[in-house]
Design a protein around this ligand. Structure first.
Ligand code: AMP
Ligand code: MG
Length: 334
């Protein structure tokens, strides 16, 4: 009896520890035009609530669903937005300003003319593009609380920021529920909550824009890793590739010399908005914007296959495969 006690105690301790370690709860959903994978170490309800949240956000923010908040605002030239739509629009307008209009939430007339979002791709006439460009101007959008006013012909598209916003909202939900570890993968937008359950950092792979492989991985805790790239959605006509990210200045698919932009930082919506904008702006402007602002780091890949990272991730980025032996340029602030 006496000798059995320590063994029993040990067993009880083991069971207690096993009971404390939260199990991985996962879900896979198709929403916002992509496959999404959620993992949270906590209660099942956390993941189920995150799935509901994604569907609710999509129903509000989709530019194509007729009864969405955005479609309704676009049809009526404005109106009352739901409070979270208004909150996202407010943050998105700040990012449009920060990027000098490379990100422009009123780009939809152009996106639609090229057939993105409907899938009926075409190269619009120059005259049509010239006319549509005049409708694109985020600075003319008026937002007062939840009241939105759009100038004549302007149409909102929050597609460049919606996934980052969704990941921020899920992170907030999980933090509130006491989840210490989780990973949100919204197809190109990855957001980590905490580190892995064993305390180590999450390693997030970055796609090689020239193949199906990974060009490297970045180790993160409590951070988003968001990639925009021409390879993600495009069509080809007469041997020319047209990508889904539009330069609001030319009305044409961005052609800045970059082939992918990854932004790493604590705020998902910032990373999402910037990844789209910096893809439009190109290498020089992207590095300039990074030097002038805090809160994010970059992995840029040029059309020539050059990889440029910023100093904040020098110690956490590992090039892999074809890139393991390549020179990685590190940009510094000073
Ligand atoms: P992302 O995948 O985050 O880079 O966002 C690309 C999506 O944002 C496109 O499919 C369009 O719906 C929209 N978009 C394209 N170009 C722009 C732009 N310059 N500013 C804002 N949204 C854009
Ligand atoms: Mg984006």
């Amino acid at each position: 009896m006496r000798r059995a006690a320590p063994a029993l105690l040990g067993l009880a301790l083991l069971l207690a520890l096993a009971g404390c370690a939260p199990r991985a709860q996962t879900a896979s959903v198709f929403a916002m035009d992509t496959v999404m994978e959620l993992t949270a170490y906590g209660d099942r309800a956390c993941v189920d609530e995150a799935v509901s949240l994604i569907h609710a956000l999509e129903a509000r923010l989709s530019v194509t669903a007729e009864d969405s908040d955005i479609a309704r605002l676009n049809r009526s030239g404005g109106g009352e937005a739901a409070s979270d739509t208004a909150a996202l629009l407010k943050r998105a307008l700040e990012l449009c300003k920060l990027t000098g209009g490379a990100l422009d939430v009123t780009v939809y007339p152009l996106v639609r003319a090229w057939g993105f979002t409907t899938g009926e791709y075409r190269v619009p006439e120059d005259a049509l593009l010239a006319e549509l460009i005049t409708k694109v101007d985020y600075a003319a959008v008026q937002l007062d609380g939840r009241t939105v006013r759009l100038p004549e012909g302007a149409l909102l598209d929050l597609g460049a920021v919606a996934k980052g916003w969704a990941a921020d909202r899920i992170t907030e939900l999980w933090r509130g529920a006491g989840v210490k570890s989780g990973l949100i993968n919204l197809g190109g937008n990855v957001q980590a909550l905490g580190g892995k359950p064993d305390g180590s950092a999450w390693r997030v792979g970055i796609r090689d824009p020239f193949s199906e492989d990974i060009l490297g991985a970045v180790s993160v805790r409590d951070a988003a890793v968001v990639t925009s790239g021409g390879y993600q959605r495009y069509f080809e006509q007469d041997g020319v590739r047209y990508c889904h990210i539009i330069d609001p200045e030319t009305g044409r698919p961005a052609d800045s010399g970059l082939t992918s932009v990854t932004v790493i930082g604590a705020e998902g919506v910032l990373c999402d908005g910037l990844s789209t904008a910096l893809y439009v702006m190109g290498r020089e402007e992207a590095v300039r914007l990074w030097r002038e602002n805090e809160g994010f780091d970059l992995v840029l890949v040029t059309e020539d296959g050059e990889v440029i990272i910023t100093e904040g991730i020098e110690g956490s980025f590992t090039p892999m495969g074809d890139y393991a032996d390549k020179e990685i340029k590190v940009m510094r602030r000073g």
